[in-house]
Design a protein around this ligand. Structure first.
Ligand SMILES: Cc1cc2nc3c(=O)[nH]c(=O)nc-3n(C[C@H](O)[C@H](O)[C@H](O)COP(=O)(O)OP(=O)(O)OC[C@H]3O[C@@H](n4cnc5c(N)ncnc54)[C@H](O)[C@@H]3O)c2cc1C
Length: 409
């Protein structure tokens, strides 16, 4: 009960990568911070657990690459503070049909943002990667240098350790059930939990991942279009004798294959001899009631793609390991980073809807959240595309002239 009597500057709700990074940033600014998590810290029931996430600067939208570059700097800064590595740099290799609108938008966006980019024919791809990737003749390959792998569970743990080191209080197995303005002291917020405890603060940040909409509906009656999807990560065995060709040291890149199906992957790192090759897709789910399994048809599509790209270098018979995870999808696949509004005005901030591509951005999202609660504005990131108001009278949100990246079933 010791913490219930205190007045915090900031309560952060949800200790995935976004909440943990936010707590680190607010505590580092000297704000008295508490981070609340409904499950055990570092649990596997949300979106931030596991062994690898891709960092890439290749986005079809113009407005993400600046955030990637800020975030990359902040990853390195956090690593320097903690004294170990969570981010491993690679080349990023994107591929797909030469007419694919999203892939062409990636190339344009790189050029517009002065990101060095090379567009290769199928023969040139063969040469670039010493025959490891085979792409059809009517495809192109797009090579950039700002790629990499982040180790997610280790990264979340790093932010929590840094938050603690900067004086934050961390509390797990504490579910927030409601948030209200303090009737007696209107510049205070009261956060109610499933136990007896209540916490008081000046500001609050909601980073509840796939549970964001449920919490916000309860708190403000606002229905945010954030749909949880259950997705599956697949690991495949590299055929004997070829294992060393798929490592970061050998120059193997993080990669994404545009078009139908959209597939992505990372070099062999976390499990020696295995390579991660999943599909960028998901099935609508209730975060409390998941199947934890992948449909068999998904494996058939992956098998075909692996056979086409890697021939007999990778055993595509069946995946040797699968892991379940969740995306929090918005209709336009853009983030939600905004004030909660209503009676909370600018005293509560919501960061959610990271749509399967948020991990790499966690350091910059944490910094933006800290700036919003401390200063009321983000210093050097334009949040226009991330406002809740984009869905008012327009359920699709931001307009894009290329198709969705994530396949939703
Ligand atoms: C398989 C997979 C692959 C991905 N690959 C990439 C990639 O390559 N690159 C990339 O950039 N991104 C990737 N992402 C996306 C990225 O992982 C997510 O965007 C990011 O982890 C979202 O973090 P979060 O903190 O918003 O959500 P979460 O990690 O789910 O954290 C939310 C936390 O809030 C807690 N919580 C919820 N409600 C409450 C409550 N009422 N009270 C207290 N606590 C609560 C939850 O328990 C949870 O711990 C991938 C995601 C998945 C699933």
């Amino acid at each position: 009960m010791e913490n219930s009597s205190q007045l915090f500057d900031v309560i952060v709700i949800g200790a995935g990568v976004m909440g943990s990074s936010t707590a680190y940033q607010t505590a580092k600014r000297g704000l008295k911070t508490i981070l609340l998590e409904q499950f055990d810290f570092l649990h596997h029931r949300g979106s931030s657990h596991g062994e690898s996430r891709t960092l890439r600067a290749t986005y079809p939208e113009d407005y993400y690459s600046h955030m990637v570059s800020l975030s990359t700097r902040l990853w390195q800064q956090a690593e320097a503070e903690i004294g170990y590595k969570v981010y491993f740099k690679t080349t990023q290799f994107d591929m797909g049909p030469s007419h694919n609108k999203a892939l062409l938008a990636v190339v344009n966006s790189c050029r517009k943002n002065s990101i060095p980019v090379r567009v290769l024919s199928s023969d040139e791809v063969d040469e670039e990667f010493s025959g490891k990737f085979k792409i059809p003749e009517d495809w192109i390959g797009v090579v950039t240098h700002d790629g990499g792998v982040i180790k997610p569970t280790k990264a979340v743990s790093m932010f929590q350790a840094l938050a603690l080191r900067n004086g934050a209080v961390l509390r797990d197995n504490t579910t927030v059930v409601n948030i209200k303005k303090n009737e007696d002291t209107p510049d205070e917020i009261v956060v109610y939990t499933n136990g007896d405890e209540q916490f008081r603060s000046r500001k609050c940040v909601i980073t509840a991942g796939a549970w964001t909409n449920k919490l916000i509906k309860n708190v403000r009656g606002l229905d945010l279009p954030i749909q949880p999807l259950e997705t599956t990560v697949h690991y495949w065995k590299i055929n004997e004798g070829h294992e060393c060709n798929f490592t970061i040291e050998s120059g193997f890149p993080t990669f994404a294959s545009y078009g139908e199906p959209y597939i992505y992957g990372t070099p062999s790192l976390e499990f020696p001899g295995l390579i991660k090759i999943p599909m960028h897709e998901g099935r609508a789910c209730d975060p409390e009631d998941r199947t934890w399994a992948a449909p068999a048809a998904l494996v058939d599509v992956l098998r075909e793609w692996i056979k086409g790209r890697f021939g007999d270098l990778v055993d595509c018979d069946k995946p040797v390991m699968t892991q379940s995870c969740m995306y929090s999808m918005t209709p336009d696949e853009d983030f939600v980073i905004d004030f909660l509004g209503g009676e909370f005005g600018e005293d509560a901030v919501v960061c959610g809807g990271f749509s399967g591509h948020g991990f790499k951005m966690a350091p910059v999202v944490g910094r933006i959240a800290a700036e919003l609660v401390a200063d009321g504005r983000a210093e050097d990131v334009d949040l226009t595309h991330f406002r809740v108001s984009r869905f008012e009278g327009n359920c699709r949100g931001n307009v894009k002239d290329f198709g969705d990246q994530v396949r939703s079933h």
